[in-house]
Design a protein around this ligand. Structure first.
Ligand SMILES: NC(=O)c1ccc[n+]([C@@H]2O[C@H](COP(=O)([O-])OP(=O)(O)OC[C@H]3O[C@@H](n4cnc5c(N)ncnc54)[C@H](OP(=O)(O)O)[C@@H]3O)[C@@H](O)[C@H]2O)c1
Length: 334
């Protein structure tokens, strides 16, 4: 069996380039006792992968010549593993590869009770996977929301941001998004059904634009972007406000991060800021997935996927995240 995979060819300097990735053929042995062969159908591209291409993150750096890591969905095509029956749809961190041999560790068979109706199998690496779980635990645990409060979310049209806004609405918050460009703003207003959305690319002064939408101030800022957007939010926080650091996508390609300019409001307004690593909540994933699936089934929460065709497109699909190309959860169909 010959698989194809993408490996890290060079450590990116700034925004990754196509030459930082190299496709390779890989001979896979037949599955041994206790193993299964999985054909990957979809792989994810995630902005958070960027850090480990250059150095250590919350997990060690990816090595040169190693398979690029990502979440995936696959089908078991041959099995000598009781946990992974032939024909089962599974999810796991398979990486950018067309096939994988697995002994079942870190691989979950999709539960047909959860993945039905509006909850498509690809949701396992989207709204029911890391992006949706990040929104759920970031907002619910670190944001400490109370009904009637005001929630601001950056990268509001992305899978984490759009889910955080919708969970916020379900919890009775006033919801405001920040997104880049008119089509994304319209999506956040019409499909995500946020109370307001600011197209940051159309603003000269983002701090003022937030103030116009939330003259009463922001109780929770769920930040996916960092940099100038984080500063504009800090200046609009209410006393006792909570800032949840989910991601800092505007900083990931900077050798020297821009950082935070406004720190004094943390004192004067007793603000707090907490960082999230979603994997810390692993034991509670089933609880969150059941709740998210119920919200989706009832129509309370929607999700948008953008599926790009072809294994060859993986690096391009990933690089495009940093130019705002993706519109929803970007997956590559292998
Ligand atoms: N903490 C955790 O455990 C955890 C887990 C998963 C994800 N995350 C983080 O959550 C955040 C959102 O992830 P996601 O998967 O939903 O992806 P996403 O928000 O769709 O990320 C890509 C989007 O980020 C925006 N963006 C890219 N470069 C930018 C820049 N230089 N300045 C401003 N905006 C920029 C663009 O949206 P616009 O077109 O709207 O600008 C782009 O479409 C990421 O930062 C990710 O690292 C954290």
């Amino acid at each position: 069996m010959t698989a194809q995979r993408w490996v890290l060819a060079a450590r990116p300097d700034g925004v990754p380039r196509l030459s930082d990735f190299r496709p390779e053929m890989l001979d896979l042995p037949p599955p041994g006792d206790g193993e299964a062969l999985i054909r990957i159908t979809h792989a994810s591209v995630d902005p958070g992968m960027r850090g480990r291409l250059t150095g250590d993150s919350y997990a060690p750096a990816l090595g040169l010549d190693e398979t690029i890591e990502s979440a995936g969905i696959g089908e078991v095509v041959a099995s000598r593993c009781a946990r992974l029956p032939e024909g089962a749809l599974v999810t796991g961190g398979f990486g950018w590869t067309t096939h994988a041999i697995s002994d079942g560790r870190g691989v979950q068979v999709l539960d047909p009770a959860l993945f039905r109706g509006r909850v498509r199998p690809t949701a396992a690496i989207g709204v029911l996977g890391v992006p949706g779980l990040t929104a759920y635990f970031g907002l619910g645990d670190l944001g400490r929301p109370k009904g009637g409060e005001t929630l601001l979310v950056s990268s509001a049209a992305g899978p984490v941001g759009a889910t955080a806004l919708q969970i916020g609405r379900e919890l009775g918050l006033k919801t405001i998004g920040i997104a880049g460009g008119g089509p994304k703003r319209n999506y956040v207003l019409e499909e995500v059904r946020a109370n307001a959305c600011i197209d940051y690319k159309a603003q000269n002064d983002l701090t003022e634009a937030i103030r116009r939408e939330a003259p009463e101030g922001i109780d929770i800022f769920f930040d996916n972007v960092g940099g100038a957007q984080l500063d504009a939010a800090i200046l609009n926080m209410k006393p006792g406000g909570r800032i949840v650091i989910s991601g800092q996508v505007s900083e990931y390609n900077q050798e020297t991060p821009r950082g935070i300019r406004w720190v004094t409001p943390f004192i004067t307004k007793r603000l707090s800021m907490s960082g999230l690593v979603v994997y810390d909540y692993r034991k509670r994933f089933p609880e969150a997935q059941a709740r998210l699936a119920a919200w989706i089934e009832s129509g309370a929460i929607s999700y948008r996927e953008e599926i790009i065709d072809g294994f060859a497109e993986l690096p391009r699909a990933f690089i495009g995240l940093f130019g705002g190309e993706n519109f929803g959860r970007r997956l590559v169909k292998m």
